[in-house]
Design a binder for this molecule. Structure first.
Ligand code: SF4
Length: 179
């Protein structure tokens, strides 16, 4: 005697998943988490604050120029902290610049990121233990990416920026969008 297993049942098709609603109604649709979509937009549209402290800033400026063309990664340099979302700390962080650096960082809207460019911004560099220099900008503000070198070449800064883009993407996946 044949057992009735339900309308639409076909022998041999029991382990195939049914078409889901999206495949039936709106095929070729991508579904993603909003955090990841926002992160995708943010990481490809980073506005860096136009601000430099010492010799590393010259390398940073050259990274923005036509030969290296930071713009192709979506990076635009911006004169106001009110719209900037990345601070590249390029140069020696002397103690008298501590308050202005903190103020600029606090004026930037969330989410925001910081790149410590060069040995001075990372740990004092050639001025290690100098009476007038802070031993790394991370004593003042949180740093996301460190770019080594004295000074780092533009290619090194570009690599650091790519690492920051990757971090923004990974943070969104893990639920830490930096806000
Ligand atoms: S790391 Fe070297 S190049 Fe950069 S600001 Fe310091 S001394 Fe100048």
């Amino acid at each position: 005697m044949e057992i009735n297993l339900g309308q639409g049942y076909q022998p041999g098709s029991g382990n195939n998943p049914a078409d889901n609603v999206l495949q039936e109604i709106i095929p070729n649709t991508l579904v993603g988490k909003s955090d990841e979509l926002f992160a995708l937009a943010r990481k490809n549209s980073l506005w860096t604050l136009s601000f430099g402290l010492a010799c590393c800033a010259i390398e940073m400026m050259s990274t923005h120029m036509s030969h290296h063309d930071f713009d192709r990664f979506g990076v635009v340099t911006w004169p106001s902290p009110r719209q900037a979302d990345v601070m590249i700390v390029a140069g020696t962080v002397v103690k008298k610049m501590a308050e202005p650096i903190k103020l600029l960082y606090e004026q930037m809207p969330d989410p925001k990121w910081v790149i410590a460019m060069g040995s001075c911004a990372t740990n004092g560099g050639p001025y290690y233990r100098s009476y007038s220099v802070i031993m790394g900008v991370d004593h003042l503000i949180p740093v996301d990416v460190y770019v080594p070198g004295c000074p780092p070449r533009p290619e090194a800064l570009m690599y650091g920026l790519l690492q920051l883009q990757e971090k923004i993407k990974q943070d969104a996946r893990s639920g830490d969008a930096g806000e």
